[in-house]
Design a protein around this ligand. Structure first.
Ligand code: GLU
Length: 371
């Protein structure tokens, strides 16, 4: 890969498919060890890495006595058996590098409902700050059809979006997108770089491309994931993961498709905040806070003078300089009732009043756009 996106990436989400993790119901420990060593290298280069791993169903189904579970409840039961095995294999793979892993099982609402992603993001941020590698999977045992991501490609893209990652790596059993099915069409050519995705690319993702992998995501879902990432300012790499050093190989020029994002995650988030948030209420702030927000700071309780409207934590709100103009829009970490109780308080006094330790900021700077 000529212009490696690994060089500039600060936060990377790596997704591994079931076929890479499991073989005949057993964890592929040697491959996992190599993946862990690649991730340890990235971290040594100052990058934060989140792993999204499939394999819970594949590692649990044999013990369920049904090697190819078809019913949803069977898959869910298999995941209940396989998920702790997956984590145990992950912990063993990372421990020689002195790296601790932490499990996070998400359901769709954790990334789609703002109040919940404030929580999920804060937890994952805390893990990353502590030097932990979060290992994420869908909470298969409880998530049911209507409320599932369905495949871990999309889950990984949602995580990348939520966490402001700048690179998403989808490791699977094909080395990227081809103009046609390479198994049946001798003229099929590999596409190394794309700057946007169109219906034409979806049409290419058919045949063998379509059914790649033993997990639920083929090339079509990989492109869907890449689209989500692209809109969030995150580049995507799709490649074959079954190599000696699955991540190093990409930087060394292994065949892969890179879908380049044209904006940064911060810019994408600002655009999203601008375009998608219909304020459900207003938080009024004093002159000191107005100035601090202008300088890029988070909004703290001490600068709040009041609220207009009734809203929940996670709501979209406008921020108004008291008696003046709207100066920002954002996603609030506190509901209006709580804000009224902590108006003007220093952050260290908030806990005594609310009876619990809330978020440090009423609106975090990353969740706010100045208008
Ligand atoms: N969450 C599923 C598992 O761990 C896999 C879903 C997928 O591969 O897309 O088995």
């Amino acid at each position: 890969m000529t212009h490696s996106p690994f060089h500039t990436a600060r936060r990377i989400v790596v997704k591994t498919g079931s076929a890479l993790i499991a073989d005949g119901g057993a964890a592929r420990t040697e491959w996992l060890a190599r993946l862990a060593s690649d991730i340890a290298d990235l971290r040594a280069r100052g990058k934060q890495v989140i792993l999204v791993s499939s394999g819970a169903v594949a590692l649990g189904r044999v013990d369920l006595g049904s090697p190819s579970p078809a019913r949803l409840d069977q898959k869910q039961a298999a995941a209940a058996i396989g998920q702790p095995r997956l984590m145990s294999a992950m912990a063993s793979a990372f421990s020689p590098h002195g790296i601790t892993v932490g499990q996070a099982l998400l359901t769709l609402s954790d990334t789609e409902i703002r109040r919940r992603w404030l929580n999920a993001r804060a937890t994952l941020d805390t893990l990353l700050d502590a030097g932990i590698v979060p290992v994420i999977n869908e909470n298969d045992t409880v998530a049911t059809d209507e409320i599932r991501y369905g495949d871990n490609d999309r889950l990984a893209a949602r995580v990348a979006q939520m966490m402001g990652a700048d690179l998403l790596v989808l490791l699977s059993d094909i080395d990227g997108l081809y103009t046609a099915d390479p198994n049946s069409d001798p003229n099929a050519t590999h596409i190394p770089v794309l700057t946007s995705l169109s219906a034409e690319h979806d049409a290419m993702a058919t045949g063998a491309n379509q059914t790649a992998g033993m997990g639920s995501g083929g090339m079509v879902t990989k492109l869907a994931a890449a689209r989500i990432a692209h809109a969030a300012g995150c580049s995507t790499i799709i490649t074959r993961g079954n190599r000696d050093q699955p991540l190093r190989a990409i930087e060394d020029g292994a065949l892969a498709t890179l879908i380049v994002a044209d904006i940064t995650p911060a810019r994408a988030r600002e655009a999203w905040l601008m375009g998608h948030l219909k304020p459900e209420g207003t938080i009024r702030v004093d002159a000191g806070a107005a100035k601090a927000l202008h300088g890029g700071a988070s909004l703290l309780a001490v600068g709040v003078t009041g609220v207009d409207g009734v809203f929940e934590r996670g709501a979209a709100v406008a921020v108004r300089h008291d008696g003046g103009d709207v100066i920002a829009k954002g996603v609030t970490s506190y509901g209006s009732t709580e804000i009224l109780r902590i108006v003007g308080l220093q952050s260290e006094d908030v806990e005594a009043v609310l009876g619990y330790r809330g978020r440090p900021a009423v609106i975090h700077r990353d969740d706010m756009v100045r208008v």
